[in-house]
Each structure stands twice: as structure tokens, then as C-alpha cells.
Design a protein. Structure first.
Lengths: 377, 176
């Protein structure tokens, strides 16, 4: 048996199984008439053409290199879901990891990296509690230099300063997930979520990322009860991070009228801090600014929900399909001559014909002249 | 006149955009790699809602106007194995296939035409500098004159071949 064909076959089988895909399904996606063709390829009995490798790599969410390399394949980073989708979880994870690897590759060839080291906080998994989460939130707010409205700049800071790879995916179900791999920390976000839900998810996932070494996914998954409790702790962290007590009290007091606050004002505060009204109400209860009765009244009152919904539209922001930072780094790599134009198109999910327009949408122009340099002092 | 030219996808698009594609097809024997032929996403135009008719490669192949060449996975692997991963990953799979075809002499008496720095450098790094041709020269030899963007010029092509030759000496971008 040919060693090259053998390696390719073994790799294809491994990545197919990772996606829980049957040979027949892969054969169909490849346009092969019989699943036996995949079987022959996997056994190293059939030669694979270059174009077939390209198609296989796309279907299996890997690079051609991953299918060809004789080196032992890198271990798959764990993806920790907040609320995992029931359908096609494996393919979503594979696509997310592939994108994170592309991201890291682009950073390497373009020389662009996050300017600060992403912190790891030492916590004891046996004793961690809501208080620890609150303390961690204060610490992170100060370390990340987030102001009184952390929701305003959290995503930007995570991405541009700490180099967290943020990827959006439109999902019918599932909210967000996090991972740490050779590519560094990464967050997968459901772009169908409302902006304020996404902010909360970012803060929630940030908790998992900063405690990844102390509370690794393997430990989290050992006990459903521990996992459930840890998710609550991550929520407390998110709430404390996005709604700093002092700043929230100031805004709340400004709008108090005769020891009462209107629904409209509550919604305004939520929008100001870029969180959901539900998150705001819980935080106000936690700060003892409202009673449990008021919380339940707010949560269950259709009028509150209606006013809330009516003010959502103007604040709704949909993230671009490909993160802006990813596009900028890919473009920089291309301009430095380290990424071909066709590869750039491929990474940006656009055609060569449409590439210039796609770049223009991100405020970039490929009209040339970017290799010009200036001498520094 | 040039006999055969293996074209990178980028060159196909640029010649189409400049209105030179059909003339090139008529005047030169054009070869295209299978990855490029089958990667229809490269040629899709949102404005047209489809691949523009003149560059529907499968049709041109069926009509015998251009020829398709395929490399095996093994040949691509042997090509890739020469390079440092960061270098070779900057190439599109179609470019890697073109270069694998050149390296394995599967297309004889054929010139490779590209406007991408990495692809041109790689051609030089596999010792095939003499088989490279810039888009500018290709157009000139086909009797066409067009105003070109910097990456498509002879000067850019020469510069990249030179960088590739230097890389070959310093082992930059090559597997160590």
C-alpha cells in the first residue's frame, strides 16, 4: 500500500468520524455514486486527486495540510458550550476550530497579535462561589481597563487587545461557546442572539476562559451538578462585570421618582449598560435595589415585555459574517505578499470577482500601493 | 507566440475584467488546473447572480477551447513538503496544484502565469523560474495592450522571481 495514500485515507476517516458522518453521506457530498469509493480512499486503495482533497477538506472543515501531513495530528481543542445546539454540534465545532486555526495562521504571517497577554486566574474549583465570581469581575474590570459601561467595549477589548478569536455563526439554537487551543482563547457566538444577550454571553464565556486552567472542561464535565453550579457562578461574574454596582446605583438613583422607577427608565438603564432587562432586574435584586416581588412583576408583566421589545430595534446591531479583525489581518497578510488573492477570497468566503467589493464593505481597498514603506525614526 | 500557459484563477478573472479573456483563449493554448476548474466559488459574480458566461471553465473545456490538468494528492503533497508550512499555506489549493503540475513536469513546454507574490516565489523556489510569465508579457505576446495594476506587471513578476531565488539560497520559506 502506498504510504501517502494510506496517510490520506487514515486522516479522512478520522475527520469524518469526528463529524459523526457516515461514508455514504460523505460520498454523496463528494458526488460519488457509491460509498465504496470513500471506503477505498480510507483504506488507501484509491488515489485521491488534488481537487478531491480540496473538496474533502471543505466538507470535513479542515485544511488540505491536515489531510496530507505525515505528522501526528494535533489534539482537538475542547469546545465548552453554554447551551449546546442539538443539531450538527460536531460540524459547528469543527468549523469554529478551523476558523480559529486560520485566525492564528493569519496573525502569524501578518505579524499582528493581541497586545496583552490573556490572563489566567487561579481559583479553587472546590470552593469557588458567587463571592469569588464578584471579586473576579472587579479584578478583570480593572485589569481590562473597562469603564463604568463595560458592555460598551468588552468585545472590542477581547478581540483587539487580548487577541481573543471571536467568531460568529448564525444558529437556530445554542448561545455561545469557548475554547482554548494552540490558537489561544476563542469564543463562538450565535449571531442570532440580541446584542445585549451577546454581551452577556461574552462576559459569561470570559469567565470560563480566565479560569480555563483552574477549572478545565474535563473537570467541569465530570459532574452535571458541578457544571450547573459553575454556570450560575459564570452568570454572576457576567452580571457583576457588565453592571458595576457603583455605576448602576448612580444611574438608578438618577431616575428614581418617589421611591419608584418606571418601566421605560429601567429599559433605558438596561440599554445604557448594554444588557438585557432580565439581567438588569436580577442585578438590581442582587444589589438590593428592588424586591423579589418587583423582579417577578417585571419579569411576568406583558406590558414590560412589550415596551422592552418596542425599544429594541434602534439598538440592534448585527455582526458581520466574518469578523472585522479577521478581515483586516487577512488583508494585511495579502498586502505583505504572504497570502494569495485566491486564498484571501477563500478565507473571506467570497469570490475573486467579488473580492474588491467585499473588502470595500470593510473599508479596505485593494487598489495597490500597500507595499510602500516609510523609514521610522 | 506562446504555446501553452497554465493560468492562475486570478489571471483568468483579471483578463476577463479587462476584456482580454476571449482573445487570450483564441490565441493561446490555455491550461487550467482541476482545483481551479471545480472551485466555482472563485468565479461567482454577485452582480450577475452566476459565473459570467465567458469564464464558465467547464463549458470551455467541453468545447475544447481550454484544457484541464489534474495533479494527484500525492503530487501536491510532494510539492508542499518542500516548503515551510507558513509559506505554503499562503497559497490557494489551485495555485498549489498548478505548481505541483509544473514541478512534476505534468505540463511540458508550458509557462505558469500568476500575479501572486507567494505563487511566483514558489515557482522560483522549485527551480522553474524560466517557466514563469507575467500577465503583462502574456498580453503583449498575444498582441494585447492594457493598463495593468502593479501586481500584474512584468516588474512585479521579476521582483518576485528574484525573491524566490534568494529564498532558495537562504532556505527562507523552505522546509528545513
Amino acid at each position: 500500500m502506498d504510504r501517502g495514500k494510506d496517510i490520506i485515507g487514515v486522516r479522512i476517516r478520522k475527520f469524518r468520524r469526528r463529524l459523526k458522518m457516515r461514508q455514504a453521506e460523505l460520498a454523496e457530498k463528494m458526488g460519488f455514486k457509491a460509498s465504496e469509493t470513500i471506503s477505498q480512499i480510507e483504506r488507501g486503495e484509491r488515489e485521491v486527486k488534488a481537487w478531491e482533497l480540496t473538496q474533502l477538506s471543505r466538507i470535513l472543515s479542515v485544511n488540505v495540510h491536515d489531510l496530507l501531513s505525515a505528522d501526528s495530528p494535533p489534539s482537538e481543542p475542547v469546545v465548552l458550550w453554554r447551551q449546546s445546539p442539538e443539531e450538527q454540534k460536531e460540524s459547528k465545532e469543527a468549523e469554529f476550530i478551523k476558523r480559529c486555526r486560520q485566525y492564528a495562521f493569519l496573525e502569524e504571517i501578518s505579524g499582528v497579535k493581541g497586545s496583552r497577554y490573556f490572563p489566567q486566574k487561579r481559583v479553587d474549583p472546590d470552593t469557588i462561589n458567587f463571592r469569588t465570581a464578584g471579586t473576579l469581575a472587579v479584578e478583570i474590570r480593572s485589569e481590562f481597563q473597562l469603564d463604568d459601561r463595560p458592555g460598551e467595549g468588552l468585545e472590542e477589548k477581547l478581540q483587539n487587545v487580548y487577541g481573543v478569536k471571536i467568531w460568529y455563526m448564525a444558529m437556530e439554537e445554542g448561545s455561545a461557546a469557548s475554547s482554548i487551543g494552540p490558537f489561544g482563547p476563542a469564543i463562538l457566538m450565535n449571531s442570532n442572539e440580541a446584542p445585549w444577550r451577546r454581551n452577556y454571553n461574552f462576559a459569561h464565556e470570559l469567565f470560563h476562559l480566565i479560569t480555563w486552567d483552574s477549572i478545565p472542561p474535563k473537570l467541569i464535565r465530570q459532574s452535571a451538578k458541578f457544571w450547573e453550579n459553575l454556570e450560575k457562578i459564570a452568570n454572576v461574574f457576567a452580571s457583576n462585570l457588565l453592571l458595576p454596582g457603583d455605576a448602576l446605583n448612580v444611574e438608578f438613583d438618577k431616575l428614581l421618582n418617589n421611591k419608584k422607577i418606571s418601566y421605560t427608565d429601567l429599559i433605558m438603564i438596561a440599554r445604557y449598560f448594554r444588557v438585557s432587562t432580565v439581567a438588569l432586574l436580577y442585578r438590581l435584586l442582587n444589589l438590593k435595589r428592588i424586591t423579589k416581588y418587583s423582579l417577578e412583576k417585571g419579569l411576568n408583566d406583558p406590558l414590560f415585555k412589550e415596551i422592552d421589545r418596542s425599544t429594541m430595534g434602534p439598538n440592534w446591531w448585527n455582526p458581520p459574517e466574518i469578523p472585522e479583525r479577521f478581515v483586516r489581518i487577512a488583508f494585511a497578510a495579502h498586502q505583505k505578499g504572504r497570502l494569495s488573492r485566491a486564498k484571501l477570497s477563500d478565507m473571506l468566503d467570497t469570490s475573486l470577482i467579488d473580492l474588491s467589493n467585499t473588502l470595500n464593505e470593510y473599508g479596505l481597498s485593494d487598489s495597490g500601493g500597500y507595499d510602500a514603506e516609510v523609514r521610522v525614526a | 507566440m506562446l504555446k501553452c500557459v497554465l493560468l492562475d484563477a486570478n489571471i483568468i478573472i483579471e483578463s476577463y475584467v479587462l476584456g482580454a479573456w476571449e482573445k487570450l483563449v483564441n490565441q493561446t493554448e490555455i491550461y487550467v488546473s482541476s482545483v481551479i476548474v471545480k472551485d466555482e466559488a472563485l468565479f461567482y459574480s454577485t452582480a450577475d447572480g452566476e459565473i459570467p458566461e465567458p469564464i464558465k471553465l467547464e463549458r470551455l473545456i467541453a468545447e475544447g477551447k481550454i484544457k484541464e490538468f489534474s495533479a494527484t494528492g500525492q503530487e501536491v503533497q510532494e510539492f508542499r513538503d518542500r516548503f515551510d508550512r507558513l509559506f505554503v499555506e499562503g497559497l490557494h489549493d489551485g495555485e498549489a496544484e498548478c505548481l505541483a503540475l509544473m514541478m512534476h513536469d505534468k505540463v511540458t513546454d508550458t509557462y505558469f502565469c500568476s500575479a501572486d507574490a507567494t505563487a511566483i516565489q514558489a515557482l522560483s523556489m522549485i527551480g522553474h523560474s524560466s517557466l514563469g510569465i507575467s500577465f503583462e508579457r502574456l498580453l503583449q505576446q498575444s498582441g494585447l495592450t492594457k493598463k495593468l495594476r502593479p501586481h500584474y506587471t512584468e516588474a512585479f513578476f521579476r521582483k518576485q522571481l528574484q525573491i524566490g531565488s534568494q529564498n532558495l539560497i537562504t532556505k527562507q520559506g523552505l522546509k528545513r
